[in-house]
Design a protein around this ligand. Sequence first.
Ligand SMILES: Nc1ncnc2c1ncn2[C@@H]1O[C@H](COP(=O)(O)OP(=O)(O)OP(=O)(O)O)[C@@H](O)[C@H]1O
Length: 297
Amino acid sequence: MTEVALHTEGLGKRYGRAWALQDCSLDLPAGRIAALVGPNGAGKSTLLHLAVGLLQPDAGQVRVFGRDPRHDPGALADLGFVAQDTPLYPDFTGAELITMGGRLNRRGTWDDSIARDRLTRLGIPSDKPVGKLSGGQRAQVALALALAKRPRLLLLDEPVAALDPLARHEFMQALMGAVGEYGTTVLLSSHLLADLERVCDHLVLLHTSHVHLAAPVEELLAGHCRLIGPRIADGAAVPGVASVIRASHTERQSTLLVRTDGPVDETRWAVHEVTLEDLVLAHLGASAGVSLPEVAA
Ligand SMILES: Nc1ncnc2c1ncn2[C@@H]1O[C@H](COP(=O)(O)OP(=O)(O)OP(=O)(O)O)[C@@H](O)[C@H]1O
């Protein structure tokens, strides 16, 4: 059986009377690169902070490789985390932070050379206080430190938001490399669906503080498609279709993004594959009751 890197059950966190995350139950299998997506305020950062033990749950439980991140110090050795604002001591240089990381992780799997080599390769000066680097360079330093820890589970809160397109591409490749080389499991939140699509093999979609989807990408893509055929009424049953996520109609034609549960009548419907981006947008649009621009088939 595949090991579970992150397990949550009925997990919830609230601020006052408002739930930032509610009834969150999911299993992230080890070895995956998982995308954590959802609109602003959906609860992504809250889930990551709960997973790393920086927030105390108000309901349910969270386990990292079977251990409670708040009460079992051993769990922290397995975790790497880069928060959204990549907090780093501004007066320290990259080189000093690498040394400090090594000292703080003496008993772990820390490898100085991973961070040093990355900074050199990216042309980021390691002798300059990080407070004097650009936002993107600071993010790269934080990511290099997280990779040097070689954690079993790496949690990244919008790690690529501050990076230029080439740096984003390079970073995603590095993540895939880490997974391949060390078997690291990654959960990363981002709004950049096209980037995620290239590397992620698991999707967690949060919406209004709830888990809307949590499954392997392959399974989700195989279970959804876009159908184009003669106009049908909203709510009409279509054989082979479990649910219509999003529908748009012209006078004579209907276009449906659907979840399937069997073969669809291909003499009646043109069946098109969907991308991860199509699928996420359709689910988000459906939940929010928003009509979205039509995506070309
Ligand atoms: N410290 C806090 N005090 C009060 N409410 C908070 C606090 N932190 C988060 N929230 C609320 O919890 C909800 C979830 O916030 P969270 O930061 O987890 O969302 P997110 O999905 O990470 O959003 P974004 O994509 O904008 O980063 C939001 O409604 C937010 O306003």
